[in-house]
Each structure stands twice: as C-alpha cells, then as structure tokens.
Design a protein around this ligand. Sequence first.
Ligand SMILES: Cc1ncc(COP(=O)(O)O)c(C=O)c1O
Length: 310
Amino acid sequence: MQRVNDMATTTLEFSGSLRSTIGRTPLLRIRRLAPAKPHVELYAKAEFLNPGGSVKDRAALAILDDGERRGLLREGKTILDATSGNTGIAYAMLAASRGYKLKLCVPENVTPERLRILRAYGAEIELTDAMDGSDGAIRQARRIHEAEPDRYFYADQYNNDANWRTHFDTTGHEILEQTDGRVTHFVAGLGTSGTFVGIGRRLRAHDAGIHLVSVQPDSPLHGVEGLKHMDSAIRPGIYDPTLADEDVRISTERAYAATRQLALEEGLLVGVSSGAALAAALDVASRIDQGVIVTVFPDTGTRYLTETFW
Ligand SMILES: Cc1ncc(COP(=O)(O)O)c(C=O)c1O
C-alpha cells in the first residue's frame, strides 16, 4: 500500500498488508522552534506515524522476520521479551496479525494507556517491580526463557542485531533520500540504541564527516520514557559507545518542557523522548551557522496523556 504522498506518481494498491504501513515516515521541518538562522535546517523523522504509534514497529518487524527466517520463530512458539511499552505494542500488533502468542515483561510503572493497548492486542503481561526499571523486566524475561527455552522465541531486542540493522537498511536510507544526502548532523536518543546505531552507521557509510549526537537522560532516576541512562543500566549488547561524536545528557524537566512546546508551537503531540531529542538538536542548532540537522521523534504523545507535566 502506498502512502498518500506517493499517490501522484505511483499506482495505488488497495490490498496492502500491515507490514507495508511500517516505515517510509515523513521528515518534518521544525520551523517555529528552530533558531532563525538562514543556513540551518532542522528536521524530525515522524516515527510516531507508524501503525503501532512508534519507531519500534521497525525493530519488532525486523526481529520477528529474522526469527522466522532462521527457523527460531515458528508455529507453536510464544514470543517473549522485556519492554517498557512501545516494542511490546509493536510485537503485540504483529503477533496478533501472524497468529503467535506473546508474553511481555513490563515494569509496573508503565503508563496505563500502554497496558490497555497491550491487553487489547491480546498480549500476556508480567509486571515487574517499578524500582528495578527496565533492567528488572530484562532479568525476568531471561529467567522465563532459561526455565523453558523450547517454549519461547526470546526476541531480546537489546542484543538482537536485526534491531539496529533495520535502521541501517530503512530509516537511515530514508533520511539520506529525504535530505538528498545533505544531512550534516544526526541526533537521537538511546534506548536499546538500535535507532541511533543503525542510522548512525548508515549515515557514516554515506559520509564519514556527519556529526552524530546520542542523547541520554542526565540521571538514573528519570522520566524520559524509552531512554536509558547507560552508565547505570544493563548495557545493550548492540550499543556501540564509540560511534557518537558527542553524547549529551538532558534533564527530565527540559524534556518535558520541549515536549509541551512541540504540542503548543509545532502542533506535534509526541512523547517525552521526542522532547529530549529536540532539546539536544536545538543545542546543536544554536552553535552552528550552517547545516542540516535531523532527529527522530520516536512515539506519539497520546501514550502520555495521564502524565501531569502537560
Ligand atoms: C519512546 C521511545 N523513545 C526512544 C526509544 C529508543 O529507541 P531505541 O531502542 O531504538 O534506542 C524508545 C525505545 O523503546 C522508545 O520507546
């Protein structure tokens, strides 16, 4: 199925599959919040427009495809992983569409919206202690898998190369196409790090001079859903700390403020990690006189409406 903006040039198909709606997201120009500099452009990849509402649709699709291709995921297996929500929603959507069962280990402080969405797709959820964060969920998923390895396909998004590779093959490639190869700076938050590592490697393969900026919360106890404080967390196996030219820290308060601004001044109702990415991208924009900065807005703000910061 073609997206609307492709319609003018291509034949419209009416029999598209769910997978055909994942990816090929628009690259949005951020105009009102960007500094008024004639030679600085700021763009955000609108990953909240994926069908599951987040960038994680891409990783989940790639991980399940890879598992099926390698014969590890097949009829009768239950998909298992730890997730703070978005990857779980993506797995749940795809598992339902392919007829697989799904079991997720989720920290109990996940927003109620996410839990309701997961349950609507029929996922089985095991809540883990909020104080243990996403690491507690990871440890529980490992325990479940070790106890019954034959029953589960352990998707393991933190250590699965299919995660970053799909961003190399799809998201990174799209950013090069959508900017006509003009991108000079790339800014993205670190969760599993799949987005940053995959896109970063793709952009570097195109031009070794592209400046890569990774974004983390500034403390272990933070409110930036989806991002990890790498120094204090279980480090994802796919994370490559040598890739970034700069690794910046953003406070929860700054991420909240930028998220509010995106809704009020750009008309973009996105999640808190988008606010963190914007704050870091604005810091880059404020110190250069020329360049094309691209960042990623990972998920929709409708998943955070019960939060009080709005
Ligand atoms: C809201 C949100 N932002 C950012 C990320 C980070 O993406 P990645 O896991 O590719 O590093 C995630 C990952 O779950 C997320 O849910």
